[in-house]
Structure formats: structure tokens, C-alpha cells
Design a protein around this ligand. Structure first.
Ligand code: ASP
Ligand code: MG
Length: 440
């Protein structure tokens, strides 16, 4: 059994949805098909939730109406048979009726999660009716019946496995098992989610829970590329990556996989494939336990980074200083990405500025604090690159006239990270593309 996950753009247009059904038709293996919401839907639902939260029911109502029109048009284009169209229309109407009811009741956090869940509920139900229209052997497995997180918002793999195995046993004769990405139940039994972009995470958790042969992530690009195609002229797909390399790339900004989705596949040894719905024959990227060899695989950039420097003469010859610094970040549940130290100063980066003001205030007790906003981390990732002198020479030899604010080297064997001002990112990515990969 395998897992196939299709993202928002892969289901976002009626012809793409039809295309997925035809891809599934060619499959030999039984597949658990994990779907995202149609592209744009979750953003729209976030806005609806925000509008309701601030009491702006008028805007919320308008957004609901617009979204509903979008779905109505979608259905008309998707279905040919009247009966199927009527069935799908009834489902869509029911979900929008729910949204319209929510408009009238007082807002709560739990309710906002219910709103967000509508996207995946709609996409999977619409797709199911389409499969039915096509005469496919399928079943819809409600994610809310098996996908769960605990009090710390950690997925409960053991319980997911038990419940999913039971559900699968009920549909042992079916070849296609459709389910929702992203949504789950929390420790209070309420509808919740795995955070934005979480459908990849769902897919990887499901693959781990059922010991799938492979977890396929289908998008609209032929795998992970060596650099950002939106920034540099030429890129090429990376054929193979280890989980460790993939984790570094995913975390440091490659549009590859939700970073959280690496660990379940890695821990349960499920190979992950990144494939292209528009070009299903393309090799894509295979992610497995073992790296394909030493050398640089790709560079990635992570934007909207804050660099914080704490300078203190009290750090000189003292111990325990870093602990005090880290405690401040721990208190505000803010994770640190990069860190470098000298004898009298520590520089570190964060990407979550929700508590920046309080953090700075508390750090000021320890020393002089400066904050640089709008920074970018550029990471160079590859197996054991820090042990290869040639690579390091090549890396720094590639860079010209780009002021580097921080360098993180040796933290992992597979990553060298550079921090630059956001306005230097394009230069740096281009220079690295040329210097490290010989591409424009
Ligand atoms: N629909 C959700 C989102 O847009 C989850 C996903 O697509 O992965 O964040
Ligand atoms: Mg996604």
C-alpha cells in the first residue's frame, strides 16, 4: 500500500482533479490518497475566520459568498452527469450552510479550527463524488476519525495506526482510499489542524502508521531543485537526498516538503518521492535513509529572519551566560535557528517575532542588544560538506561583494548557513548557482 498526497494546485482546477483521477487509474498498488484543500481555499478561510473574530460579519459574509461561487463554478466544470453534479452540489451547499451558521454564533478558537477544516472536507468529498462518477472503486476515510494530536500538539502515531488499520480493514476491497490532509482532532476531541501546509505532514504520518511502501508527494514541479527557480535562471532537479539533507533543506526554505513531515518517514523508514502531476514520468526526487554521496546537493533561502546580537563584557571568561540567553527564548517558546559566538557577544537568529519586544527587553538585562530585521538565511546543503575542503573553498570563492552577517558552520555535517540582508539574497543565490553548480 502506498500514500499519494496531492497539494492545493494539484486539485485546484477541475481539469487537474480529473488528471489526478486518471493518474490513480493507472496505479497497481492500493493507494491512500491525501488531498489538500483547493488552492486559495485555506487562505480564504483564514480571512473569513479573522473577519468573524474582529466582528466584521459583513466582510466575512462577502468572502463566504465569493468562495461559494468559486465552488459552484468548479462543480459545473468537473461533472458531466446530472446526478453526480446534484450530489456534489448538495455537499457543497451543506458546508457553506455551516459557514453561514458560524457567522451567527460567537467566535471562539475552536470555531476557527472548524472553519479551517472546511477546505479539506470539501476537496475530498468533491473528489470522491468524481471518482464515483468515473466508476472507481474507492472509499473516503474521514481524517477526523483517525488523525489525532496530544496536549503538546504532537501526533499520536500509535493511536493513528490502530484506528487507521481498523478503517482500512473495513474497506479491504477498495483500491483508492481518499482522506483529508491537514485536519485532525486535538486532545480535547475538537477539530484541529497540523498547521499551514500540514497536508505533507498528514501524508507522512499516514505512511508511517501503515508502513507504506512509499510516500509520494505530488506537486507541480519535478522534484526538489538545486536552487530557487524563481530567483536564478537555471536549476535542475536533485535526484536523491537523504532524510538529513532533506530536513535541512525543508527547514531552511526549500519549497519541498513541510519540515515536520520528514521525521515520521525517517523514523519509520518510508521512502519519500517528490513527483510532478504535470509530468508523471519525470524522475522527481527520492528521499531515503542513505545519501547518494558526498557533495553539495542544493541551496535554499529562508526569508523574514531577525538577527539579534547580545554584547556584554560580563560574558568575558564567564560561564552560564548562554544559558541565561537561551532561557529567555525558551520562556517565549521562540526557537533559534542560527547562532554564533565570540568572547563578548552572541548573535542568533529567529523567524518568529511574536514576542520580539519582550525578548529584547529581557535580553537587555544581560547586555547591549541590537536587532537586524529583514535578514535571509542562505543554506548550502549536502552530505558531509563540512569535511570537504574543496567545497568550502568553492563556496567562499563563489561569493563576491555580498556582506555576510553570520556564518554557521559545523553545527551539522550537512549544512553551511550564511546570513545576509534580504536585499543581498538574489546576488548570493546567483553567485552560488554559478560557483557551486556551474549554472546561470
Ligand atoms: N490546506 C492547508 C494549507 O493551505 C494544508 C495544505 O495545503 O497542506 O495550509
Ligand atoms: Mg503544500
Amino acid at each position: 500500500m502506498k500514500v499519494m498526497k496531492f497539494g492545493g494546485t494539484s486539485v485546484g482546477k477541475p481539469e487537474r482533479m480529473k488528471h489526478i483521477a486518471s493518474l490513480l487509474q493507472k496505479e497497481q498498488e492500493t493507494s491512500v490518497v491525501v488531498l489538500s484543500a483547493l488552492s486559495g481555499t485555506t487562505n480564504a478561510l483564514v480571512e473569513i475566520g479573522n473577519a468573524i473574530a474582529r466582528g466584521d460579519r459583513h466582510t466575512a459574509q462577502q468572502s463566504i459568498n465569493n468562495l461559494q461561487e468559486h465552488y459552484n463554478a468548479f462543480l459545473k466544470e468537473l461533472f458531466t452527469k446530472e446526478t453526480a453534479l446534484a450530489k456534489a452540489q448538495a455537499i457543497v451547499d451543506e458546508h457553506f450552510e455551516f459557514l453561514n451558521i458560524i457567522l451567527k454564533i460567537s467566535f471562539s478558537e475552536a470555531l476557527s479550527k472548524d472553519i479551517l477544516a472546511q477546505g479539506e472536507l470539501l476537496s475530498t468529498k468533491i473528489f470522491s463524488v468524481y471518482l464515483e462518477e468515473q466508476g472507481e472503486s474507492y472509499a473516503l476515510l474521514p481524517a477526523l476519525e483517525f488523525m489525532s494530536i496530544d496536549e503538546n500538539e504532537e501526533p499520536q502515531i500509535g493511536s493513528i495506526r490502530i484506528k487507521l488499520t481498523q478503517l482500512l480493514a473495513q474497506h479491504a476491497d477498495k483500491k483508492i482510499l481518499v482522506t483529508q490532509g491537514y485536519i485532525c482532532r486535538n486532545a480535547r476531541g475538537e477539530v484541529d489542524n497540523l498547521k499551514r501546509g500540514g497536508s505533507d505532514y498528514s501524508a507522512s504520518l499516514i505512511a508511517a502508521a501503515i508502513s507504506a511502501s512509499v510516500c509520494e508527494i505530488w506537486t507541480d514541479i519535478d522534484g526538489m531543485h538545486n536552487n530557487d527557480p524563481r530567483v536564478v535562471g537555471t536549476t535542475r532537479p536533485v535526484e536523491q537526498l537523504s532524510f538529513e539533507e532533506a530536513a535541512e533543506l525543508a527547514y531552511f526554505g526549500a519549497k519541498i516538503l513541510h519540515p515536520a513531515s520528514i521525521w515520521p518517514a525517517q523514523q519509520y523508514k518510508i521512502p519519500v518521492k517528490l513527483l510532478n502531476t504535470m509530468d508523471p514520468e519525470a524522475r522527481g526526487t527520492l528521499i531515503t535513509q542513505e545519501p547518494s554521496g558526498a557533495g553539495v546537493k542544493a541551496v535554499a533561502a529562508k526569508d523574514h529572519i531577525y538577527a539579534i546580537r547580545i554584547k556584554s563584557s560580563r560574558m568575558l571568561l564567564a560561564y552560564g551566560f548562554l544559558r541565561k540567553v537561551f532561557e529567555v527564548f525558551e520562556k517565549y517558546k521562540t526557537s533559534i535557528d542560527m547562532i554564533t559566538t565570540s568572547e563578548v557577544a552572541v548573535s542568533l537568529t529567529i523567524d518568529n517575532a511574536d514576542h520580539l519586544e519582550q525578548i529584547v527587553k529581557e535580553l537587555e538585562v544581560l547586555g547591549t542588544v541590537t536587532v537586524d530585521t529583514d535578514q535571509t538565511i542562505v543554506s548550502v546543503v549536502g552530505y558531509r560538506i563540512n569535511e570537504t575542503e574543496e567545497i568550502i573553498k568553492k563556496l567562499f570563492g563563489s561569493i563576491r561583494n555580498v556582506p555576510i552577517r553570520m556564518v554557521s558552520y559545523g553545527g551539522s555535517q550537512h549544512n553551511i548557513s550564511l546570513l545576509v540582508g534580504a536585499d543581498e539574497k538574489v546576488h548570493l543565490l546567483k553567485q552560488l548557482n554559478k560557483g557551486m553548480f556551474g549554472l546561470d
